[in-house]
Write a protein that binds this ligand. Sequence first.
Ligand code: FEO
Length: 397
Amino acid sequence: MSEELAKNIHWVGFVDWNVRDFHSFDTWRGATYNSYLIQDEKTAVIDSVKAPYVDYLIKNIASHTALDQVDYVVCNHAEPDHAGGIGELLRYLPNAVLLCNAKCREALTGYFNDTDSWKIQIVANEEIISLGKRKLVFINTPMVHWPESMFTYVPDDELLFSMDAFGQHLATAARFDDEYSLDIILREAKSYYANIVTPYSKQVQAVLSVASNIPIKIIAPSHGLIWRSHVADIVDAYKRWASGEYVRKVLIIYDSMWESTTQIANEILNGVVSVSGNIDVRMFHVRKSSLTEIATEMLDAVGVAIGSSTLNMQVMPQISAVLTYIRGLKFSSKFAAVFGSYGWGAQSIDILDRWVKESGWTLVTEPIKSKFRPTQDQLTAAKNAGSLLAEKAIEKT
Ligand code: FEO
């Protein structure tokens, strides 16, 4: 398959078929660390790869040009999945100058102990570096998704190197969005957004506004497939995700010791499905589900029911992990119900109640607390909670 984005611009990155964990993000489809080579009167490498794979990057670059012909390495983002290989890469590129912004240099210096030997040139926002016929324009994109993040734009090809933005964790031999299932690419892009980008949605909106002022034919992210046939689809998706747009969806997330909390969860489900309106409802038993998947579905859900049995006066451990993870991702506000069972102390439901209120979510009903097995009245209340969440899902979409 071709790896040429435009004349004399090639993908030279690494496909990580076997990675299944990316700092707690479940990468069940693997990942790629994309790096690109631009050959003009001057030659530039855009971004590096994770440290263990830098030999592949060097080999890929060498298949196009002599290594001493590389003039620049651009570092758009200092996170080690991209910058980890830069030190070794620079040792193989004797004439290369590293281009990055000042914040990026600060981060690189913090991560790597050999930066004193690197030739670093700081670039400012909107600064232009000429490669000959082509130009590189640097656009700072702070907090999308680190403070030092930036895009590199090539106006001559209307090509945007977008670093993590618009990326997906997806290992494949295909390089372009028209060579693979668009549904899967968008699904993985959504998962990437939900799990990594959501807390910075305001900054994403600012970046989208800047991007709307420049013509873009190709978006080349640092992960996954390159957008050339579906640029409008991914930009529209980012607009929806960044604005917190809802879809008609309710999640039921729970853990249960002896199935009493499960019974309540099932009754909430019955309440949701009793309301007509094509509501997408998902059940997640947290010990049988992935945090990554829960967060992905949470991104655009309207309603969320969360339940836990009480264990040692707390919520169950994996529910605690969900609460911590979801709180950090700062999703748009939800309508919520909390529920659970207990033997002699109802602390888990009180913790969930407090968590929902502190998150700024809106409870649709009183907490449902069941001592040992749920009573018929409690099951009726659970079904009613499901119906209320369903009605909110309809109202908001
Ligand atoms: Fe792919 Fe933020 O690193």
